[in-house]
Design a protein around this ligand. Structure first.
Ligand SMILES: [Mn+2]
Length: 430
């Protein structure tokens, strides 16, 4: 709703307070980068053109299996969620697209499209949900969905995914992300090969329903909710899926879905090399699939992932256009602030990766100079690119300091008066 948006005047007056310092910092960084033969204007343009999609489910307060502690003014449904997403984009200018989850966000596609367009938003990949039971569904997913032993349950899961494609098609989405909770909790509970065969057959049915210009992303996860085995557990299985399904099928890498210490950037490189990297769910983690804010625990790892992406971009890898999405759960922060901050951290990693001297790095690699190769990456990573990020926001009409502008706007208090307090004592893992 237009009256809930942050006013342009407020952004301008907040930016006025910081304009002189921003100009000075940007010029100083520009001079520093010029000594490294890097054009700050070229970097700023690239950063301004880099976008990451926000998840509709991310603007509500998340939770754990123990509890959920609701925040003030939580969105009541998808239209409130889109309003919140618009605020994130208005201030960050980094998130013009929203990724929907069906059935959570189910609504009349015409209304969805009209509301999003009025807010200057579009839609990124659709997400199906066959990991929980919707109130009106006939067959339960307790023991799986696309890989279920029962054909009728699989059929229901296939039909749901096809419905997601149809809704997505009506609102301008071009991709479907499929993550299933299928797996087993006990050794012997399911037959590994047979369950994977059933999954592949079911996914082939979904694949057939894809429009020509769509892509399907399969997302792997090593554990949870199944604790012994999952049907799509790692990137190897994910690659087999994408290869088996066909040219419109790609692998989605969620940074939280790997064993601790897994070399994710190397997985990214392999998937790029074999043309099956579909996209990302960005987040961060300390112990497992913690769904913490991107860059909050290990920003260097995020940089190393982007180092691979920029390397591919600069090598002009054919058909290389991975989808960038955030997939986080915000338990103790204002979700709008976390998403603004995360989009900024993702852009930061991208900007730092753009600063890597790739000619020098290649020389050090070929010359077996391990120390200087490592230092070449560290030099890019150590550079404080915040003035570039702020400048990209400012020039696009966003805020130099988006969190400060958000707090000054009083948006959360304002929606808190309109939206009733939500209850949420039970488990609320999302
Ligand atoms: Mn995910």
């Amino acid at each position: 709703m237009a009256e809930l948006q942050i006013s342009g005047d407020l952004i301008a007056s907040e930016n006025d307070k910081l304009a002189a310092a921003q100009k000075s910092d940007f010029e100083a960084l520009g001079a520093h980068l010029a000594r490294r033969n890097i054009d700050i204007e070229a970097i700023t343009t690239k950063v301004a053109d880099f976008f990451v999609a926000v998840p509709s489910w991310g603007v509500g307060t998340g939770g754990t299996r123990f509890a959920r502690f609701p925040g003030q003014g939580e969105p009541r449904g998808i239209f409130d969620k889109l309003d919140d997403c618009a605020v994130i984009n208005q201030l960050s200018r980094a998130t013009p697209n929203v990724s929907l989850h069906i059935p959570w966000d189910k609504a009349d596609p015409k209304q969805l499209k009209a509301h999003a367009e009025a807010l200057g938003l579009g839609f990124d990949a659709m997400n199906s949900n066959t990991f929980s039971d919707a109130p009106d569904q006939v067959h339960s997913y307790k023991y799986g969905s696309l890989s279920h032993v029962d054909a009728a349950t699989r059929k229901q899961a296939i039909a749901h995914n096809i419905e997601c494609i149809e809704i997505g098609n009506a609102i301008g989405s071009k991709a479907l992300t499929v993550w299933i909770g299928d797996g087993s909790n006990f050794p012997g509970q399911s037959h590994f090969a047979r369950s994977f065969e059933r999954y592949l057959d079911a996914m082939a049915e979904v694949y057939k329903a894809l429009p020509d210009d769509w892509r399907i992303f399969s997302e792997h996860k090593m554990f949870e909710p199944a604790f012994y085995s999952t049907v799509v557990q790692d990137w190897g299985t994910n690659y087999l899926i994408a290869q088996t399904l066909g040219p419109k099928a790609f692998c989605l890498v969620d940074l939280g879905h790997h064993a601790p210490n897994t070399n994710i950037e190397m997985i990214v490189s392999r998937l790029i090399q074999f043309k099956k990297l579909g996209g990302f769910h960005f987040n961060d983690s300390k112990y497992g699939d913690d769904d913490l804010d991107a860059g909050s625990i290990d920003p260097y790892r995020l940089f190393l992932v982007f180092n691979e992406l920029v390397d591919a971009e600069e090598r002009s890898v054919e058909n290389f256009h991975p989808a960038h999405m955030i997939d986080q759960s915000h338990n103790v922060t204002d979700p709008i602030e976390s998403l603004i901050s995360s989009a900024n951290e993702i852009r930061r990693a991208y900007a730092q990766a753009l600063l890597v001297d790739r000619a020098a790095l290649g020389g050090y690699q070929d010359g077996n100079d391990a120390l200087m190769a490592s230092d070449t990456l560290k030099r890019a990573y150590r550079t404080d690119v915040e003035p570039v990020l702020a400048e990209a926001r400012r020039r696009a009409g966003g805020a130099i300091d988006p969190i400060a502008a958000y707090r000054a706007s009083g948006y959360r208090q304002r929606v808190g008066k309109i939206r009733p307090a939500s209850t949420g004592g039970s488990g609320g893992i999302i």
